[in-house]
Design a protein around this ligand. Structure first.
Ligand code: ATP
Length: 664
């Protein structure tokens, strides 16, 4: 308290930050003042004819004529000044010269002024002073001031521009730094991520572990004549932990870590990208041993010369060329290792991937069940959970989630629990978080008419019924009528983590996709727009079967898939018009068969699916066990049924293991 009073009694020093804008204001004010001061009495311009009249009237006292400027300045005799007062807004000027004039370059001052003086009577002659303009300071100012002003403006402009581009005072700011690398350097003590923070990713971790070893004990490899790899490319979907893995490599090896994004090289100025690459490598070499991490390398590393004629980007190609040269240029054993990450390795330039540059490609895939479990364990560390919280359950309910999604689920769950004023986070908060992340925010306020709601219930019940009755369709988890994000209702599945799809699996999946639409047709007698998203996916799958997977008899075992991305801008198709027609016919045929099959299933189980729709309208959310109560146990593929039977024969007492619990 005493302290506070002391501070209050102190005189306050008010500092006003004038800033650079005051300087601009002062300069502008000065220029305005110079322009407008003395405007009333400053010398007036006159034509040569008028000058002759003045001279002949005997009013001129003297004329100073500057030869090299072809300019003359006239002073009027004091006793004749009144005559010209009108020209000066009624004020008699008290300083000379009073008038000035220009003449042509052919003007001969000696002759002309001599002639005029000779015409005048004695006593009214005027004095002529002929001179050359050798005002050095004036000249220097003329030549110097303008360029200096231009340069100053340019510098200020770019400083502002560069600040906007992410530079700034003390950092990248200023035009002279535009070609400098914008990479961020984290010193070895600043990288505190280790392999412990990276859950799962066993294969990828093992591969990068080797890089850590190279950095820690280079002699072990070089003594045998081996060369340390220059770079590794981390490839995988977004959010799978590529950046995290690269940081962990730096943290484990205890070396500095440069991180830069591929798009940081791309600039609107020619040559800047290449110069930034040079600068990055120069800095890295100074700090060696170190790791340079280039995120989203596809921004610069896209294959060259593919898009000529559309948006050919020479600057990007120059940057890539520089990157290739730098990677070739540095000594293999210099201790700089380049790690790069991309989601699209297929579109990268082949030269970038060859041995000696990014020698290794490390695949960082979406985590599997066990890996998801571990990632959950990493991210729930700081959270207050219910004592019986089951991590395995959550891992099972998040198939297809990346590490970043899981981190997000954990955070969302904590926020949801806090919103409900809970003291610990429970399973339902996590499930709500998953719903929110997949489906978007609940739209409680959206107005849906009762007829629309009925139609949505039939649509979702259609999906659920078909998927329940087809062996290969994804297992259903729950069906809801709560609008979320763009969807008005949804059937939630727990997709199996398949790497391969058979034709039968694809067909079952497509039937369950079209189930909603067919249900609407059966109940309402006509379709609605609600199935657009389902139809879009169905069409993609049908074209995929015919064009890419060789699953159509008429088209044959051909694939027109372009994994290189080289045909991205090609307007011609790699097949004839006739084949194109056959493809279209085949797709229509597949979709028609799927439609008929689905209709038959729903007609056969009409009673069940109408009951399900009614239950859905009543409860808004129904779960797998509700569906089971109506339609009986889920139809399983034959192989699984056999497995279950075998197990039951050998251990008749224990229930089938690994069954996914359908929890509310
Ligand atoms: P992008 O391709 O979009 O750049 P990325 O693959 O580089 O994504 P990261 O930035 O490394 O993804 O991951 C984002 C976040 O996800 C991390 O900060 C971390 O919280 C979480 N995460 C991802 N994978 C894992 C993992 N294996 N273990 C723990 N956390 C993970």
């Amino acid at each position: 308290m005493a302290n506070k009073n002391k501070n209050e009694n102190k005189p306050k020093i008010v500092t006003v930050n004038l800033g650079i804008s005051w300087l601009y204001l002062l300069i502008i004010a000065g220029i305005v003042w110079l322009l407008f001061s003395n405007s009333g009495t400053k010398p007036q311009k006159v034509e040569w004819a008028e000058v002759e009249t003045m001279i002949r009237a005997g009013d001129v006292k003297d004329i100073v004529f500057v030869r090299n400027d072809f300019k003359g300045e006239i002073s009027i005799r004091p006793d004749r000044l009144e005559k010209y007062a009108e020209r000066f807004n009624g004020k008699v000027p008290n300083s000379s010269p009073h008038f000035w004039f220009y003449v042509s370059s052919k003007f001969d001052p000696e002759n002309e002024f001599g002639r005029l003086n000779a015409e005048l009577p004695e006593g009214s002659h005027f004095k002529v002073i002929l001179e050359n303009n050798d005002n050095m300071w004036g000249q220097i100012l003329n030549w110097f001031l303008f360029p200096v002003l231009l340069i100053l403006m340019w510098v200020f402009m770019f400083r502002g521009f560069n600040r906007n581009m992410g530079g700034g005072p003390g950092g990248q700011g200023g035009i002279f730094n535009v070609g400098k690398s914008t990479g961020k350097l984290a010193d070895k003590n600043m990288v505190n991520v280790t392999f412990k923070d990276v859950a799962g990713l066993y294969g990828a971790k093992e591969e990068v572990m080797e890089i850590v070893d190279f950095l820690k004990n280079p002699k072990k490899y070089t003594s045998l004549g081996g060369k340390i790899p220059k770079g590794a490319l981390l490839v995988g979907p977004p959010g799978t932990g590529k950046t995290l893995l690269a940081k962990a490599v730096a943290g484990e090896a205890n070396v500095p870590f440069f991180s830069i994004s591929g798009s940081d090289f791309v600039e609107m100025f020619v040559g800047v990208g290449a110069s930034r690459v040079r600068d990055l490598f120069r800095q890295a070499k100074e700090k060696a041993p170190c790791i340079v991490f280039i995120d989203e390398i596809d921004a610069v590393g896209r294959a060259r010369g593919k898009n000529v004629g559309f948006s050919s980007n020479d600057e990007r190609e120059n940057t890539l060329n520089q990157l290739l040269t730098e990677m070739d240029g540095f000594d293999t054993n210099s201790g700089v290792i380049i790690l790069a990450a991309t989601n699209r390795a297929d579109i990268l330039d082949k030269a970038l991937l060859r041995a000696g540059r990014f020698d290794r490609q490390i695949h960082v895939d979406l985590p599997e069940l066990k890996e998801r479990c571990e990632i959950f364990k990493v991210h729930i560390k700081g959270l207050k959970l219910e004592p019986d919280f089951d991590v395995d359950f959550m891992a099972k309910h998040t198939p297809g989630f990346s590490g970043a999604d899981i981190a997000n689920v954990c955070n969302e769950a904590a926020l949801t629990a806090a919103r409900k004023n809970k003291t610990a986070i429970d399973r339902q908060d996590f499930l709500d978080a998953v719903d929110r992340i997949i489906g978007g925010l609940e739209r409680k306020a959206s107005i849906i008419t009762p007829a629309e709601k009925r139609s949505i219930a039939h649509h979702e019940a259609g999906h659920a019924t078909v998927s329940w009755l087809l062996p290969y369709a994804n297992p259903l988890f729950k069906v809801t009528l709560i609008p979320r994000g763009q969807a008005l209702g949804a059937a939630w599945y727990l997709p199996e983590e398949r790497k391969l799809w058979t034709k039968a699996q694809m067909i079952d999946e497509m039937c369950s996709l079209i189930g909603g639409r067919v249900a609407e047709e059966i109940v309402n007698g006509e379709p609605s727009t609600g199935a657009q998203n389902d139809l879009e996916r169905l069409t993609q799958m049908a074209y995929g079967m015919v064009k890419y997977y060789g699953m159509s008899e008429k088209v044959g075992t051909l694939s027109f898939y372009d994994s290189t991305g080289a045909r991205g801008y090609d307007l011609t198709k790699p097949y004839s018009e006739k084949t194109s027609e056959i493809i279209d016919e085949e797709v229509k045929e597949i979709v028609k068969n799927i439609h008929d099959r689905t209709r038959a299933i729903l007609e056969d189980h009409k009673e069940g699916f109408l009951k399900m729709a009614a239950l859905l309208l009543e409860k808004e959310v129904i779960f797998a066990e509700d569906v089971e109560a109506i339609l009986g146990p889920k139809v399983k593929p034959e192989e699984e049924r056999d497995e279950v039977l075998d197990k039951q024969e050998s251990e008749p007492e224990t229930p089938a293991d690994g069954a996914i619990p359908s929890e509310k």
